[in-house]
Design a protein around this ligand. Structure first.
Ligand code: TRP
Length: 335
């Protein structure tokens, strides 16, 4: 049986944090290594332009995200790893898909609707600050997915709608022209934890409550010490299920270690001690990768060459498919 093709993109606007690691990077790399899937991972740098018009930040973030995946042991022989902008067939497909995508479908996209709502709440014109990039973003995402006939798309809940739109667009193309696209499906893995941030809300750039994945050991200790706790004293029983420290512990610990910490909470471990143990645990998992990350960041030429090779391999898929797509819609210039 053919392996399932799994594909996911990472928008290059920020610095990876522990939430990205636990929720996306760690499970994705594990799945690619165990050989059960055919994995495609890419840096979604054209997506970055939708929300970020700071070239230096996009450049730096692309480098950091690539270095992160490589430092964490992504094996580029087992998974295809590339940068979206290195595969020009994706943007070409985006336009063709734009021409089969209903505007009404895009009107319903959450990200766009939220931006309109924010404008209305602020008493602005509903279109204020909204670019065509934001509006048509689900079409670019559909092209990312359909270009590689990906079937399973691991995403957070906020992205399910976009994968459904990709499916819709694929169906419409297949119906109008030729059966060229597989119908993708979102996969949301509930066993993967959504990490809480410093303030107890979901860890997210937009809440400014993140712990960067590869900050120095000293900074990591400091960040963990900043996790919000209550005022219970040492010796007073603490509720593990209402604690960000414990929640983070469970994302890194074995089942036995989790059971032990649960008992420690119940008999009143001091917050300082719990945080110290949490730091040791997290740091233990990340220390070696952090060193590799620093080495990679100091060697951008190496990162570039890995990405270039990835793009070459990706284009072995995208070139023949775009040729068929062009033919199907009646564009027949030689390429
Ligand atoms: N839009 C996704 C996000 O913000 C990133 C992304 C871009 C993506 N293209 C994709 C995810 C294709 C899955 C498949 O998280």
């Amino acid at each position: 049986m053919a392996k399932q093709r799994v594909l996911t993109g990472i928008t290059t606007t920020g610095t990876p944090h522990l939430g990205n690691y636990v929720g996306a990077i760690r499970p994705s790399i594990a799945a690619s290594l165990d050989g059960s899937t055919d994995s495609f991972f890419f840096l979604a740098d054209y997506h970055a332009l939708i929300k970020c018009q700071e070239p230096e930040r996009v450049r730096q973030s692309s480098k950091e995200i690539a270095a992160t995946w490589l430092a964490l042991g992504l094996d580029t022989d087992k998974a295809l790893f590339y940068r979206q902008s290195d595969v020009p067939e994706i943007t070409e497909l985006t336009w063709i898909l734009c021409c089969v995508s209903a505007k009404g479908l895009m009107n319903r996209a959450h990200a766009y609707k939220a931006a309109v709502q924010a404008n209305e709440d602020a008493g602005e014109d509903p279109d204020y600050g909204i670019t065509m990039g934001l509006f048509s973003y689900p079409v670019l995402m559909a092209a990312d997915i359909l270009m590689f006939n990906a079937e399973k798309i691991p995403v957070g809940r906020d992205q399910i709608q976009h994968v459904e739109m990709a499916r819709d667009i694929a169906q419409r193309f297949n119906h109008n022209f030729a059966e060229l696209f597989a119908l993708p499906e979102a996969v949301v893995d509930d066993s993967v934890s959504v990490l809480q941030g410093l303030d107890g809300r979901k860890m997210s750039k937009s809440y400014n409550n993140t712990i960067p994945l590869f900050q120095t050991e000293k900074q990591l200790r400091k960040s963990i010490n900043k996790i919000r706790t209550n005022l219970l004293e040492p010796g007073e029983p603490k509720d593990p299920d209402d604690s960000t420290v414990f929640q983070m512990w469970t994302a890194f610990a074995s089942d036995e270690e989790t059971a032990r910490m649960r008992r420690e909470f119940e008999i009143g471990i001091a917050w300082g001690e719990a945080k110290k143990q949490l730091f040791e645990l997290v740091n233990g998992e990340l220390a070696a990768a952090r060193d590799r990350y620093q080495e990679l960041m100091a060697d951008p030429a190496h990162i570039e060459s890995v990405l270039r090779q990835g793009a070459e391999r990706a284009r072995e898929y995208s070139r023949p498919l775009i040729r068929k797509v062009r033919e199907a819609v009646g564009i027949s210039g030689v390429r």
